[in-house]
Design a protein around this ligand. Structure first.
Ligand code: HEM
Length: 163
């Protein structure tokens, strides 16, 4: 079932609710998803997982897909591309690849300390509604409107474990 990939083994993140309202209703710009990312209910974007590696209590994930906010004739061009996520009991980070340079990562949000919950008889691991704050490196990406530390949308990750 095609939709299964979007709900299992995926990152779920709405970036920031007020940003989506601003881009689509106030600035009359566009919000586009590509490369496997999908926009679900309530403006929550899902990025399918490409890779998961456990390092001690930390998990490192590579997701795929792009979300782009475009407005003000291109003055605003915010791209979240193939997110790379670290999440663990000491906190983590969600970074985006920068367009045109696949090696270049920009930290977008710091992720609060979190541990996964077992679901479905231990065959799924879930991080649910983990809070995030804007990383200093991404203040410019959002036009310097939000200060570093601004609360952004919480993230959710769900992965199916191999039996
Ligand atoms: C022609 C240039 C621009 C104009 C006239 C403009 C105007 C505005 C206005 C009026 C608001 C307040 C909206 C509200 O909450 O009622 C706003 C918010 C905002 N603008 Fe712009 N803006 C411009 C360019 C940009 C650019 C280039 C960026 C990013 C690269 C940007 C990012 C933002 C963000 C992130 C917010 C806050 C949205 C929120 O979370 O509420 N703006 N802008």
């Amino acid at each position: 079932m095609a939709t299964a990939t979007a709900t299992v083994d995926a990152l779920h993140w709405a970036v920031r609710d007020s940003l989506i309202t601003y881009v689509t209703r106030i600035a009359r710009g566009t919000c586009t998803v590509e490369g496997g990312a999908v926009e679900g209910e309530g403006g929550v974007f899902s990025f399918p997982m490409r890779r998961a590696v456990r390092e001690g209590d930390d998990w490192r994930f590579s997701f795929e897909g792009r979300v782009r906010f475009h407005a003000h004739g291109g003055l605003m061009d915010i791209l979240i591309k193939d997110p790379e996520v670290v999440v663990g009991p000491d906190g983590g980070v969600l970074a985006t690849h920068v367009d045109g340079n696949d090696d270049d990562l920009l930290a977008v949000v710091a992720i609060a300390a979190a541990s996964p919950v077992d679901r479905a008889d231990g065959t799924e691991l879930v991080w649910d509604a983990v809070s995030t704050q804007l990383a200093p490196a991404a203040v410019g990406l959002f036009g310097t409107v939000y200060p570093a530390g601004t609360e952004m949308a919480p993230i959710g990750i769900r992965i199916a474990l191999d039996s």
